[in-house]
Design a protein around this ligand. Structure first.
Ligand code: NAI
Length: 649
């Protein structure tokens, strides 16, 4: 039974029970319609409290129903029935009220939220806008600026912020139902329905126009964001019924769009990455993480673990390096406190859970150790040999290597079944993606622990087999190689970067190299020079840049020159490219942006297919998740494999 109705004095309590997230599926909608009729027909009921069983309020529409023909009653009709009911409805919100859930709540006469609740309209992330009046009711409860941020940004707000903004009438720290009943009894019956409330127009029209322009600029081709901005603008200008009609039309058009199909694919793929049965096993307990190496990655990993509530023991080479690592981690945590991610108490508590050392002794306390030292096999092997002796025999040993053979690293430990790869992306405390690299000898419960660890850190984790670069860096190396071919063939770095940005990447491949630094890849190419196939096409332009000391932004120049921190095309780089073409006897051809992107995408897709065929990735969706959350592939295009499947049909 999706809906039950209980009586509590003169209040009716309508409870939605549709596990796991109380989605507004057909049975829920029908049940709510019936509840409106029942309650209105009973003169003894003076108020109706709408609440949910389980861990959350309605967390959205039923995403599976989005791909099917809609069944009556539609959500807008249910929302409207609640709003126009004779008996006032009050929403009692715990967990998350998202999308259709918040639309139901906004149709109620008043709302009370648990202190930990979150409220939002995340439809843009699925390529949609709210379709049941969300864009029209929200600016009648909160100011226009907040409405625009919530509808077009898709991020939920916490209960306290929702209260400040006017979205909920009360926040409750105790028993939510009691609070809802109190709110019901305090109501006079004169409270206006939401659509009857006046619109809260922007305080400053120019600032609001600028906010709209900025939001659209950030959309980078994602139609739903533009549609969200337009919907809020319409809600501010048009009578409610017209705005509602236009919102529904826009919602239905977006629902049928390729972009929404792509974003829904990514949404589902992100939730399906850890479907491997080993990920569902019982994890080993982990509370204390060791981190070896506190450079760029080690510091970010340590901070991520601390922010997730773990105790962290960080080991560096010597006292000075340990001190520097301590400062690096502290500065990340201070930043998190400044940005409001953690409060002062948590910041202080984290200090007690974090220590740095220059010897391996304290690692005997660790349940899990993550190595993030220099990318050199011999150095890594030496450290793993030391970890073998310094750690408990059941402690998990992980490497953050970007490219090296995790099987070979595991072989240096007496019990290789406790070794796994945990490949973070930079900055590790911010980037959502984590590749769990699974060596042949790993124990099943070590995989389960890695999956649980990823969840604890709120990362989107993907399992990868062992190969040079795993899923992400192997595919990235392939399209970077293609980008090198493109510049030898006739394009300039700025042409490739522009084509990628226009496609929807936040940054082009050459700008990205300048940002990350060219020296590390140069060192790797020099190491591999001896084993390189002499017949392989090799582009030496990046080597030429490095020989001139052009290592990217950090040296003021790389593929670009930098003026006021902005990349500018550099005639010296063009001259170097032209000289290299002449040396190889390549006659440059002119390449359109479309031709450039076709080649980049094909390179990506053929390497991705190889990764899949070799079993490095277990399903196409995992590759799409890696590329969208690791390397900026536009989610609204669904990822390279999603595009390939569309191209093939
Ligand atoms: P980094 O050079 O910033 O940091 C390495 C740190 O390890 C240094 O602080 C160094 O003092 C310390 N270290 C070296 N040998 C040590 C030892 N025996 N014991 C304790 N500490 C030692 O390097 P980064 O960029 O943090 O990379 C570390 C690892 O993470 C590498 O394997 C790299 O391939 C991988 N990685 C790097 C990414 C990046 O974007 N930088 C992304 C993902 C992985």
């Amino acid at each position: 039974m999706a809906i039950t109705l209980e009586r509590d004095g003169d209040c009716a309590v309508v409870i939605i029970d549709n596990p796991p997230v109380n989605a507004a599926s057909h049975a829920v909608r029908q049940g709510l319609m019936d509840a409106v009729t029942t309650c209105d027909a009973d003169p003894a009921i003076s108020a109706v409290i709408l609440r949910c069983a389980g861990r959350t309020f309605v967390a959205g529409a039923d995403i599976r129903e989005l791909g099917q023909p809609p069944k009556e009653p539609h959500l807008p009709d249910v929302v409207s029935a609640i709003e126009t009911a004779d008996t006032p409805w009050i929403a009692a919100i715990h967990g998350t009220a998202l999308g259709g859930g918040l639309e139901l709540a906004m149709a109620c006469r008043a709302r009370v939220a648990d202190a930990n609740a979150k409220l939002g309209l995340p439809e843009v992330n699925l390529g949609l806008i709210p379709g049941a009046g969300g864009t029209v009711r929200l600016p009648r409860l909160v100011d226009a600026e907040t409405a625009l941020t919530m509808v077009a940004g898709g991020k939920p707000v916490g209960a306290a912020e929702a209260h400040r903004a006017g979205l909920v009438e009360g926040v409750d720290e105790g028993d939510l139902l009691t609070a809802a009943k109190e709110l019901a009894r305090s109501m006079t019956g004169e409270e206006p329905r939401t659509l009857g409330r006046p619109i809260r127009q922007p305080a400053d029209a120019d600032a609001f126009a600028a906010q709209k322009a900025k939001t659209i600029a950030k959309a980078r081709g994602q139609h739903s964001i533009n549609a969200a901005v337009e919907a809020v603008a319409r809600a501010l200008e048009l009578p409610a019924d017209e705005a509602l009609g236009a919102e529904r039309d826009a919602f239905l058009a977006l629902k049928a769009s390729e972009q929404s199909a792509a974003l829904r694919h990514i949404f589902m793929a992100e939730r399906a990455t850890l479907s491997d049965p080993r990920c569902k096993g019982t994890p080993r307990p982990f509370d204390t993480a060791g981190v070896v190496g506190g450079g760029t990655m080690g510091a970010g990993i340590a901070a991520a673990c601390l922010l997730a509530g773990l105790t962290v023991i960080l080991i560096e080479r010597d006292g000075q390096a340990a001190q520097a690592a301590h400062e690096r981690v502290s500065s990340i945590l201070d930043q998190s406190a400044r940005r409001g991610i953690i409060d002062e108490t948590t910041r202080a508590d984290i200090g007690n859970r974090f220590s740095t050392h220059d010897d391996h002794g304290p690692l005997s306390q660790a349940d899990l150790v993550i190595e993030a030292i220099f990318e050199e096999m011999d150095v890594k092997k030496a450290v793993f040999a030391r970890l073998n002796a310094a750690t408990r025999p059941d402690a998990i040993l992980a490497t953050n290597t970007s490219y090296l053979d995790v099987d070979a690293i595991a072989s240096t430990v007496a019990d290789p079944s406790r070794v796994i790869g945990l490949h973070f992306f930079s900055p590790a405390h911010i980037m959502k993606l984590l590749e769990i690299v699974v060596p042949a000898s790993v124990a099943d419960d070590v995989v389960a622990t890695a999956a649980a660890f990823a969840k604890r850190l709120r990362k989107t984790a993907v399992l990868s087999g062992v190969c040079d670069g795993f899923i992400a860096n192997r595919i990235m190396s392939a399209y970077r190689r293609e980008a090198d071919y493109l510049i030898e063939d006739g394009a300039l770095p700025a042409d490739v970067d522009r084509a990628m940005r226009d496609f929807g990447f936040p940054i082009g491949v050459f700008e990205m190299q300048d940002l990350a630094g060219l020296d590390i890849a140069w060192a790797m190419r020099k190491r591999r020079a001896k084993t390189r196939d002499p017949n392989e096409r090799y582009v030496a332009i990046a080597d030429g840049l490095c020989e001139q000391g052009r290592f990217g932004r950090k040296t003021g120049a790389g593929w670009y020159r930098y003026e006021d921190g902005k990349p500018v095309a550099d005639p010296d780089v063009t001259a170097l490219i032209e000289a290299e073409r002449a040396r190889k006897g390549i006659a440059p051809v002119s390449l359109t942006d479309e031709a450039i992107m076709d080649r980049i995408l094909s390179a990506m897709q053929s390497e991705a297919q190889a990764v899949l065929d070799e079993g490095i990735a277990s399903k196409p969706g995992d590759i799409d998740v890696v590329m969208t959350s690791g390397y900026g592939f536009p989610s609204w295009r669904g990822g390279p494999m999603f595009m390939k499947a569309q191209q093939d049909t």
